[in-house]
Design a binder for this molecule. Sequence first.
Ligand SMILES: [Ca+2]
Ligand SMILES: [Ca+2]
Length: 168
Amino acid sequence: MIVTAAYSDDGDLVRLVGEDAAAISDLGPGDDAVLLYDTGVGQQVRGGSGADTFLLCSMKDLSVTLTLGSFSGRDAVADVVIIEAAVFADIPTGMFRRIDIFEFDRDTDRIIIHAPRALIGARRAAIELQGVRVGDVFVRIYRHDRLGTERRSFDPEEGVVYVPAGER
Ligand SMILES: [Ca+2]
Ligand SMILES: [Ca+2]
């Protein structure tokens, strides 16, 4: 059974920790903020309409899905995803982590990747995955615009900001 947790139509501040979190958390309308720790198998978080902030602090399982909009029309406000340095650490040899980001609007939304400078320097576009590879983490970005999800002429650097970890 898939457990779904729904939040209010206003701005919610939510902290989701590993096994205590529902498989699908729907933050609904409003400007929501969610802190994610030790994300579990197949975990999904939906921001819905409103300007949402996702702080991905750490991952337990190898993949997580974040949806910035509501699936119903363009979410024209600014959503932000921040991926913290711990996500890029302690990945078993030969394994990869994957972060799927849906409903990304290149005009308003931003993804901030907070990773060690060496990994940022060695990042590569992963065109076949519609995203970027940083160390052993793939960030797949499904863009959204007025025409719907667009998969052609993709630039994985667009809307992505790289901030070296451990530096001020
Ligand atoms: Ca909400
Ligand atoms: Ca949103």
